[in-house]
Design a protein around this ligand. Structure first.
Ligand code: MN
Length: 161
């Protein structure tokens, strides 16, 4: 199953449109939105007609209607989705990795830093798709697609829009 992962669009529907127009976004069956901001996730769900699993970012406070964490069981894998600020991701990924283990997740997805990351720490795959609108690691925004198959390691691709 091909899933899309996006974060930190910060109000740019244009960035979301550019992402959706990319050939790598074709065939995505489900989206994960790692926060900042909630209305953008609503927009993504509206224009794609796909399920968008979403969490709140630090800029969705106060008044956000979204949870701080979600877990999703997809194609034999368990994913912990969270924005990351509550786990201090600017200072390291250990807290996030521990949280994933605590909920039985083999994959953790976060955002917040606007820097794309793909790393395996003690059997937990940790990914950050970067920011689709305000990247801090390159000139162009980014998102990820992940192919999930039962019993196989996830295949992750970082895409620049
Ligand atoms: Mn943030």
């Amino acid at each position: 199953m091909k899933i899309g992962i996006v974060s930190d669009s910060h109000g740019s529907y244009q960035a979301i449109d550019s992402m959706l127009a990319h050939k790598e976004a074709q065939g995505v069956a489900l989206w994960l939105f790692a926060g900042d901001i909630a209305m953008d996730a609503d927009y993504l769900a509206m224009v794609t007609d796909k399920e968008v699993i979403r969490v709140a970012g630090n800029n969705d406070w106060p008044g956000g209607h979204l949870p701080d964490y979600e877990t999703a069981d997809i194609a034999g894998h368990t994913i912990l989705l969270t924005h990351g600020h509550l786990f201090g991701v600017n200072f390291g990924l250990n807290n996030l990795q521990q949280a994933a283990l605590a909920v039985g997740a083999d994959i953790a997805v976060y955002g917040h830093t606007h820097v794309a990351v793909q790393e395996i720490i003690d059997n937990v795959l940790i990914v950050n798709p970067g920011s689709v609108a305000r990247p801090r690691d390159a000139a162009n925004g980014s998102f990820m697609v992940m192919d999930l198959q039962p019993g196989k390691s996830p295949l992750v691709k970082l895409i620049r829009i």
